[in-house]
Design a binder for this molecule. Sequence first.
Ligand code: PGA
Length: 243
Amino acid sequence: MVVRICKDTQAMGKAAAALFVALATEKPNAVFGLATGSTPVPTYSEMAAAYQAGAVDYSGITTFNLDEYVGLAPDHPQSYRYFMETNLFKHINIPTENTHVLSGLATDPEAECAAYEAMIDAAGGIDLQILGIGNNGHIAFNEPAADFAAVTHTVQLTESTIEANKRFFDSVDDVPRSAYTMGIGSIMKAKKIVLLANGAAKADAIKAMVEGPVTPECPASILQFHPDCVVLVDEAAASKLSK
Ligand code: PGA
């Protein structure tokens, strides 16, 4: 695991976007693993800016998103499909059929999760996965006490995550209580991972992830065992690291 401290969120976004642009250039049919949340937004803006500047072609890329709320339709403004359309897909030249987000409206959750995992494998696996981290150390919706071997599955959200995500909904009661998520096992199969975190609220999670024991209590700590994981943080998120 390599930790790099960036000047600010803009610099973090530029650095992460540069990895995706370089990959798309070197491997035009690369598979991107994408995430939602506030953290990757500057990365997606930079990826779109590179396309608009004619510096990259995303037409052969395939994407898989980490997770989706159970019960939200693709056009629900808080669904992760909607987030991806708004923040990235509609600004670049990726064909819609190449973009994959779990369906919040799936009628057979188990089949949806199994088919999703199989699709990732059939696409050759994820070349570059972007991740955020929760204040409690979660990655995607893999909450503390996560099963490190799990593949795509359904999870109940913790109170901490519901609290953190309520800012996007009219009220806390509107936050879905469950979600579909790639498992830690799915994420660890990605060939390269870039995890981003900014702000003091993430400092404890970053310290636990980088310097703490590898434990299901901090799901992100498993990334210490990933062979190619880059962590991009700002000063505030890095403030509790001892080295
Ligand atoms: P955030 O969420 O980017 O909105 O902070 C990250 C996460 O919970 O994984």
